[in-house]
Design a protein around this ligand. Structure first.
Ligand code: X2X
Length: 344
């Protein structure tokens, strides 16, 4: 005990000396900050985190060091708890999907409203305009500091059974869905049999055939070689797209000097911009090389005609109407107007 007290007083003296000799900024800084991500660096999402961390380290001359925790490992893979953990300080910062934070921040379900965003210009019209600003105000009120947008991407449907061209083709199919309940509602409305599970649980479920299909951006299909776990059919229907958001815990944010805050914010903006380009690569070009790559894996890629797509729009419309109230009718109205006015 005596020794411990002695050590503590030595530490107090050292800290006191530090206040005079070291720049005041260093006092509250942690040796390392914890950044949460669902997907790691081989994916655009993981690269978003890595680019952000690297830029911050370089631009702060190492004052702010960030370690990546992909697989939401700080919360044992339970991605729907990420937002609460951020607020509580279990996580210092994150690049997170709007889907995973939707259970806590209802407005984020906006991006999951089926067929709200028909193309990339529509995503940009929301995130880069007034709607995006409103969402950031909401996040700020919800207890985190939002800094920039990134992109997970349009979520396309894959399965092991058959080509899907109509809701009837989905009938009874066991589809893994993410943790926000709007997804269960959508897949039920289309006649499928949705099973909600984390991404950590989804991978073994796909491998074992416990589920028939899933929906995610196509880069994940290629990175994980999903055809090797029986996913032989892809339908590009672009029903929803999830943006990513760069955020920092409020206490951590206020522990940084204004100059460092500006650096962290600008780095998030730069990393977000670069990542969005990576996420869209191969999908925005006229010949869509990503689809060719996937077809070359022996996968049947089904693109929907306008009429075929419309059948899915119709089937999910009651879900859109129901969730409009949860998101907030005014925000949905603004979003619809922004999408309608987008530059194509
Ligand atoms: O769980 C998913 O499907 C993923 C990886 O896309 C998200 O975290 C939303």
């Amino acid at each position: 005990m005596k020794l411990r007290r002695h050590l503590l007083s030595l530490l107090a003296v050292a800290a006191g000396l530090g206040a005079f000799t070291a720049p005041a900024v260093a006092a509250d800084y942690k040796a390392e900050y914890r950044m949460s991500l669902v997907l790691g660096p081989p994916t655009p999402w993981g690269q978003a985190g890595k680019m952000w961390a690297d830029m911050v380290k370089e631009r702060t001359q190492g004052r702010i060091n960030i370690k990546l925790y992909p697989g939401v490992s700080l919360i044992q893979g339970d991605q729907t708890r990420e937002f609460s953990a951020l607020r509580q300080g279990v996580i210092d910062m994150a690049v997170g999907s709007t889907i995973n934070w939707s259970p806590q921040v209802k407005e984020l379900n906006l991006f999951s409203l089926p067929f709200l965003m028909p193309d990339y210009a529509a995503i940009d019209a929301l995130t880069q305009g007034g709607v995006g600003q409103k969402i950031f105000q909401t996040l700020d009120k919800s207890g985190v500091v939002p800094l920039a947008w990134g992109e997970n991407g349009f979520r396309e449907l894959t399965n092991s059974k058959r080509p899907i061209k109509s809701p009837a083709d989905l009938k009874g199919m066991k589809i893994r869905v993410v943790g926000s309940p709007i997804y269960s509602d959508m897949f039920s409305a289309m006649g499928a049999n949705p099973t909600q599970m984390s991404w950590a649980d989804a991978q073994p479920a796909l491998s074992s055939g416990a589920v028939d299909g899933q929906e995610n951006p196509l880069f994940l299909f290629t990175v994980l070689k999903m055809h090797t776990v029986g996913q032989k059919f892809v339908t590009t229907w672009g029903y929803v797209a999830d943006p990513l958001i760069f955020v920092v815990n409020k206490d951590i944010w206020s522990s940084w000097t204004p100059a460092d805050q500006a650096i962290v914010r600008q780095a998030a903006v730069d990393a977000g911009k670069a990542e969005i380009a990576i996420a869209r690569k191969g999908l925005v070009e006229a010949d869509k090389p990503v689809l060719k790559d996937i077809a070359a894996m022996g996968v049947t890629v089904t693109s929907l005609s306008a009429e075929e797509r419309e059948a899915f729009v119709k089937a999910t419309r009651p879900v859109y109407d129901k969730w409009k109230n949860t998101v907030g009718p005014a925000l949905v109205k603004d979003a619809e107007a922004a999408v309608a006015a987008r530059k194509k």
